[in-house]
Design a protein around this ligand. Structure first.
Ligand SMILES: Cc1cc2nc3c(=O)[nH]c(=O)nc-3n(C[C@H](O)[C@H](O)[C@H](O)COP(=O)(O)OP(=O)(O)OC[C@H]3O[C@@H](n4cnc5c(N)ncnc54)[C@H](O)[C@@H]3O)c2cc1C
Ligand code: FES
Length: 257
């Protein structure tokens, strides 16, 4: 779908946990036209501050366009105050999105750190139609980062949860959940979360000879590949997260110190 900029009505802005919100926007033009893993660039208000749009993965597009977000700063704080029937200026869909695994894959393991879980619901909306095992490994800092994952369960996901402080699920990082999965050649990984987590997944996938993709986050300005502000190093040279990504083959990402 070509990227479009439009002003769309907010249908709901729901608090899911003390950290996470779900924004539902009436955006008929997105229905059936996005690839899971793509994102939208949201203008928080009509003023000049904050000046730059804020990028958010597309959580799901069913009746409405859904964004799952964490309040981390002034933009997301202002977003959390938005009410039903207010409007938002949105540019998207942007970026490349996830490539679906080949037909001989029997198990897909999604590894999410915190709000990195956001793009995976749209992915499971597609993968649920294949008769394969879907596993979500979710790591949050504390129980405040755990929210109702019914939509993932309804899509047939087996879910394992860890928290850094052990206040919910297994204590420790999400990588501590790797031992919960039965690995074989027909397994495929998708990862989204902080860079150290992606690096751990990359190492684990290399050790176990498992292919996969990761969705990366970088601070963005233009969001469309012109300012080069979101460039990262890959085995094919420097690439922009907003235009060439945000999804990259796991083995192509080069982590710089
Ligand atoms: C492709 C992409 C998809 C994303 N999808 C989601 C999503 O689905 N849900 C969600 O909650 N967040 C998502 N993010 C992160 C989100 O864009 C930032 O949290 C948001 O822009 C912060 O805005 P703010 O004004 O609230 O924070 P600011 O006041 O601008 O910053 C507050 C803190 O957040 C950090 N930050 C700011 N921008 C980013 C960024 N782009 N990535 C990582 N950290 C950032 C800053 O370094 C600072 O520590 C995504 C980012 C990218 C690049
Ligand atoms: S944000 Fe400008 S090139 Fe990516």
């Amino acid at each position: 779908m070509a990227k479009i900029q439009g002003v769309y009505k907010i249908i709901a802005n729901q608090k899911l946990s003390s950290k996470f919100f779900k924004l539902s926007i009436e955006a008929k033009s997105f229905r059936g036209k996005i690839q899971p893993g793509q994102f939208v660039h949201v203008k928080i208000n009509d003023r000049l501050d904050p000046f730059f749009r804020r990028p958010f993965c597309i959580h799901r597009v069913k009746r409405n366009l859904e964004i799952l977000y964490e309040v981390v700063g002034r933009g997301t704080e202002e977003l959390s105050q938005k009410k039903k029937s207010e409007h938002l200026n949105i540019l998207g869909p942007l970026g490349n999105g996830f490539t679906l695994p080949s037909r001989n894959i029997q198990q897909v393991v999604m590894i999410a750190g915190g709000i990195g879980v956001a793009p995976f619901l749209a992915l499971t909306d597609i993968l649920r139609k294949r008769k394969i095992r879907l596993v979500l490994l979710y790591g949050g800092r504390t129980k405040e980062y755990v929210f109702n994952m019914k939509a993932f369960k309804d899509n047939g996901c087996q879910i394992f949860i860890s928290t850094d402080d052990g206040s919910y699920g297994v204590k420790g990082r999400v990588s501590g959940l790797f031992k919960k999965i039965r690995l074989d050649k027909s397994t495929y990984f998708y990862a989204c979360g902080p860079k150290p987590m992606i690096k751990t997944v990359q190492e684990f996938s290399k050790e176990n000879n498992i292919e996969g993709q990761a969705s990366l986050e970088e601070i963005m300005a233009c969001g469309v590949g012109t300012c080069l502000g979101c460039s990262i190093k890959t085995r094919q040279g420097y690439k922009t997260v907003c235009h060439d990504g945000p999804v990259f083959d796991l083995k192509d990402i080069v982590f710089e110190k």
